[in-house]
Design a protein around this ligand. Structure first.
Ligand SMILES: Nc1ncnc2c1ncn2[C@@H]1O[C@H](COP(=O)(O)OP(=O)(O)O)[C@@H](O)[C@H]1O
Ligand SMILES: [Mg+2]
Length: 225
């Protein structure tokens, strides 16, 4: 049994994209795999298909039904804001202890590979006192750190690495997921990050054409898990 927490330097970087690609790769290789996206903000129940839980369910080959979404993403909020603020808009809150218990149970029950996608970056607030960092520290499972290839991403990544290292979190790999509009060569970003990553492997995933998430980089990442 192995479980990984997929985190990032920010929102819209590629956590879901990379997780879905890995799920597809592992399933094709015959491995049992599960995924959770416990906390979702910006969740519009009239446009479910493009939501993170739906993308993950499709990669898992599971139906995108209300039950299935509820089972992998119990904390869903309408506003596209940090979970503490999005929840407050609905007069709700994320119960941190329940979130940790939910995640721990999934880690304990799982018999194959499990990915838990966080939300936003490593220090997004979940409630008035806890951030994603506290959630990851409570779980003590290795991280997959997905970062961008944009100008500025190197500093964002090294800042994140410093914070994660201070909290003694283990990082299995750093994935640089290239996006449209990145003005820096992916190979240059990967090489520079690797010089500062304290031995953690840095893998570049080029921007892939719409609808495709197959690439040899997924095999490279999977080999590190
Ligand atoms: N390597 C890539 N190639 C093509 N599209 C990508 C890549 N990485 C991310 N994207 C796209 O960028 C957007 C944001 O990625 P997403 O995985 O949803 O970010 P996050 O989960 O970190 O918020 C999505 O539309 C996703 O499909
Ligand atoms: Mg996501």
């Amino acid at each position: 049994m192995s479980a990984y927490f997929v985190t990032s330097t920010g929102t819209d970087i590629g956590k879901t994209f990379v997780t879905a690609g890995l799920i597809r790769y592992l399933r094709e290789a015959g491995q049992a795999v599960q995924a959770l996206k416990p906390v979702v903000s910006g969740y519009d129940s009239s446009v479910v298909e493009t939501s993170d839980p739906a993308v993950l369910l499709k990669a898992l080959g599971r139906p995108v039904s209300a039950d299935e979404i509820g089972s992998i993403a119990p904390w869903r909020f309408r506003a596209p804001l940090s979970p503490d603020i999005a929840a407050a808009r609905e007069g709700r809150s994320v119960d941190f202890d329940q979130l940790v218990a939910f995640s721990r149970k999934a880690v304990g029950d799982n018999t194959g590979m499990l990915f838990i996608e966080g939300i936003g970056g490593i220090m997004v607030p979940l409630d008035a006192r806890h951030t994603v960092l506290d959630w990851m520290a409570a779980l003590q499972i290795p991280l997959l750190l997905v970062v961008g290839g944009y100008l500025g991403a190197i500093s964002h990544t090294l800042t994140a690495l410093d914070v994660l290292t201070q909290r003694q979190l283990k990082i299995a790999a750093i994935v640089v997921s290239e996006r449209d509009g990145d003005t820096v060569e992916l190979a240059d970003t990967v090489a520079t990050m690797a010089r500062f990553s304290r031995g953690i492997e840095v893998i570049g995933l080029p921007r892939l054409p719409g609808g495709i998430n197959q690439h040899p980089a997924f095999a490279q990442i999977a080999a590190l898990l």
